[in-house]
Design a protein around this ligand. Sequence first.
Ligand code: ZN
Ligand code: ZN
Length: 349
Amino acid sequence: MSVFSTASIEALAEAEEAARFWSNVRKGHGDQCWVWAAGTMGRGYGHVRIGGVDTSAHRLSWTITFGQIQPGLCVCHRCDNPPCIRPDHLFLGTQGENQRDASRKRRLVGNRYAFGELSARAKLTESEVLQIRAASGRQVDIAAAFGVNQQHVSSIKRGVRCWQHLTDGRVRASRPTKKTAEDRTSEGYLARKAAANAARFWAKVSKPDGDGCWEWTARRGYNGYGQFSLDGRHCLAHRFSWFLLTGHFPEGLLVLHKCDNRACVRPGHLSVGNSSDNMQDTIRKGRMRPRRGDASPGAKLTSQAVVDICADPRPHRTIAADYGVSSSLVGLLKSGNRWRHLPRLISQI
Ligand SMILES: [Zn+2]
Ligand SMILES: [Zn+2]
């Protein structure tokens, strides 16, 4: 049984293997299982080979999400579905607890976490669903041939309501319902982009030895967060890093920095929390006051330069060229519409 340390989990993210790992998962809706869709080992457990070590996919999912597993403990399934690797369907237990739990669950009829073939209510097998999708002819005839109603055939063919997790080469899940721009930091969007963009992402990160921050070396936003370009739009680099490692965001939560360095994308320095955790953290670390002027991470000028610009009688265009800013900014500075906290300072000079 392999034991992964925090360091080797970070190495996993670094090796871009985490994104590939999560791309092998078919996610059910709501609180349904996330089923491992690649190779399996005995008793239906997902098999994964990572850094030359063979392990089960659900154990790796637990380790990535919650950390190291103490020797002698099993990772058990609340949902009693061996190929499931959804972290909140897993719990740690001893071998004995695992067996007692399994025999208790086998007596339960129906399992609300199960979907697809595993659902007690399933009328079709996965291969029948794929045949229905591929079948041509009248839906009423197909329905009769497979012993289901026509509405069911129609749903399967349109990829709505049922069997959406089942793909036949085409990705059907999480189709945007509206034509509006999709949220680039959403889980569905990142899931589709993760594996293909992981190598490009890590190439933009500087990783010193030791416990230091892994800083984003490419573009940063005005707020100091790293920005990673996906399809010509920006997503937040630290969110993408968290997603590469864990494959999901716990519902409605933010990705926070334990190290208080917004440019850092090191998975071990990130955590998830809600906006109130973030606010508490902000207050505790004294980041509450907005950073202005020289202290702003996006500042192009120093306070002294602004004072000099305001006192400069030359045409705006000439001043702008000297300081490498736009002439409209020079106008805004002179009229007191930018660096507004400075006029008091200027009057004191
Ligand atoms: Zn499950
Ligand atoms: Zn850091």
